[in-house]
Design a protein around this ligand. Sequence first.
Ligand code: G3H
Ligand code: 13P
Ligand code: ZN
Length: 306
Amino acid sequence: MPLATGSEILEAARAGSYGVGAFNTNDMEITQAVLEACESSRSPVLLSLSEGALKYGGKALVDMVLSMGRDASVPVCVHLDHGSSFESCVRCIRMGFTSVMIDKSHEDEETNIAETKRVVEVAHAAGVTVEAEIGRLGGVEEHVVVAEEDAILTKPDEAERFMEQSGADYLAIAIGTSHGANKGKGRPYIDHKRIREIAALLPHPLVMHGASGVPTYLVERLNAAGGQLKDASGIHEDDVREAVKHGIAKINTDTDLRIAFTAAVREVLLEKPKEFDPRKILGPARDLMREVVLERLQVFGSAGKA
Ligand code: G3H
Ligand code: 13P
Ligand code: ZN
């Protein structure tokens, strides 16, 4: 079936108070793991490609992901993650992506609005929907003074102004999450009050970046097989569930699949030193990533929605 736009999938999620996974992919095994988990649980999904993924896999990766997405039996959107420029977004729109993110969150408000608006005009003319971001992704300590928190996290009044003026379709907000496998000491603090305040002002789907759970069992498997992932911490499942209840509709996950992939590959290489068939090395990684995606989909609440 044709690919779905981001808005088609995410507006239904926001209206139905469930979350949809946006999983980063860089190769066939990750893409298969995500799609097989989504098909078996009947979940809609976004397959995200970063500019790094595009550089790594080129047109061959894009063509493969678009084709696998179209062949899936559940709604699939192919999305550009953290597009850094107008040109990058236009290139992906031309290649057949059905959603793009323009990330000018490091610029001032006026520039972010102007650059996002430019992308929205072109994207909408091509039937593609757009994610934008405001605020700085990064952990904050609980109970820091509001002024300090406001300097980093997304301000509700700015979010409202931004969406009205930019015309973007869904918004990534900074609420205490951060990218990668080290999201802060203990259980990272998530500003749920802020999510509720933003959601009360905006009907749009909200997006949580840096949402990986970095589960202890996976980190232990990785390290037991010779990995050296230290001080690992992720977003607690209950924080994801609560965020979804209040308006988060798109939940980004990359790190969890990277850890699963590497743990499984390391295990094979350690346990079977005589093995040199790539399929026997990458197959178990695909199996473990599929399990991890299935666990995530249960937390998001998207199972059975497709
Ligand atoms: O948010 C970033 C994603 O995890 C993608 O990472 O740019 O290394 O592909 P990448
Ligand atoms: P994680 O690093 O928590 O997986 O977040 C990925 C992400 O936000 C991609 O845009
Ligand atoms: Zn991100």
